[in-house]
Design a binder for this molecule. Structure first.
Ligand code: B12
Length: 217
């Protein structure tokens, strides 16, 4: 098996799908006082390697599923430590979801969790969310920000449709919200193509952006 670019132990264990060893190491490092966000970043690097091995035919879909399961368990371990740092003030309302045709939710869940830890009210529509549902929910809850997540190339098209539906709904109902997009493959070009206001490929940077948009930072 090829080694990931990083020589970080946690990254390597995630890349090698060593579930028990990953969880044991995360527990140990949390108890030793390591930054929970640093731990998730190292795991995300391992997930990138899993994706590469999948592209190279070294892993199959089962490998993707396994890595998703490992990451979900890591988040369960890390979450209470992040909650300890949570603030109780309400900073704004954010509607989040993964766009239609895409069922990846780990990144969106981390973004939502970090937003909640920073005092945002989060309404999560889940995965494979249609443009119509996004727009209807936006009209119902009047968010300050809408965050769309998408991890596969095919989701760019549905992101574009979702942005259009959200803009039409805002116009019709005299609402005002920023639309931001995120996911591993998102870049400036994608952002321009789908017509969103901003993009990020990192959840914590997304929280900072939301704080800036709310005038908190
Ligand atoms: C785990 C995984 C799966 C799991 C997902 C489980 C789950 N519950 O989410 C399962 C097995 C379901 C899966 C399925 C598929 N997958 Co998949 N998957 C992955 C993998 C390995 C990791 C994704 C992940 O969770 N990463 C960790 C999280 C934390 O990172 P993240 O999502 O990028 O999120 C971070 C940021 O992007 C950001 N963020 C995310 N969303 C948002 C939103 C906002 C608003 C903001 C601000 C920030 C933000 O915050 C997060 C933390 O910083 C990736 C590889 C990769 N490099 O990403 C492939 C990958 C995304 N999958 C891929 C593919 C091809 C598929 C399948 C088509 C495979 C198949 N043949 O069936 C299906 C598609 C199903 C569908 N219709 O959606 C490809 C996509 C390639 C492409 N160009 O389209 C990838 C890139 C693998 C690869 N290199 O080939 N997959």
């Amino acid at each position: 098996m090829n080694e990931p670019n990083s020589n970080n132990q946690l990254t390597q264990l995630v890349a090698d799908l060593q579930e028990e060893a990953v969880l044991a190491l995360v527990k140990r490092r949390l108890e030793a006082g390591d930054d929970p966000l640093q731990l998730t970043d190292e795991c995300i690097e391992g997930m990138r390697e899993v994706g590469l091995r999948y592209e190279q035919g070294k892993y199959f879909v089962a490998g993707l599923i396994m890595s998703g399961e490992i990451f979900r368990e890591v988040v369960e371990l890390v979450q209470p430590f992040l909650k300890q740092q949570a603030t109780s003030k309400v900073s704004g309302r954010v509607l989040v979801g993964t766009v239609a045709g895409d069922i990846h939710d780990i990144g969106k869940n981390i973004f939502g969790m970090l937003l909640a830890c920073h005092g945002f009210e989060v309404i999560d529509l889940g995965v494979d969310v249609s443009p119509d549902l996004f727009a209807a929910k936006a009209v119902e809850v009047n968010p300050d920000i809408v965050g769309l997540s998408g991890l596969i190339t095919a989701s760019f098209e549905t992101m574009k449709e979702t942005v259009t539906a959200l803009r039409d709904a805002a116009l019709e109902h005299e609402l005002s919200y920023s639309i931001i997009i995120g996911g591993g493959l998102i870049n400036d070009q994608v952002c321009q193509y789908v017509g969103a206001d901003n993009w990020l490929s990192d959840a914590m940077a997304g929280v900072r952006l939301c704080e800036t948009l709310m005038g908190i930072l």
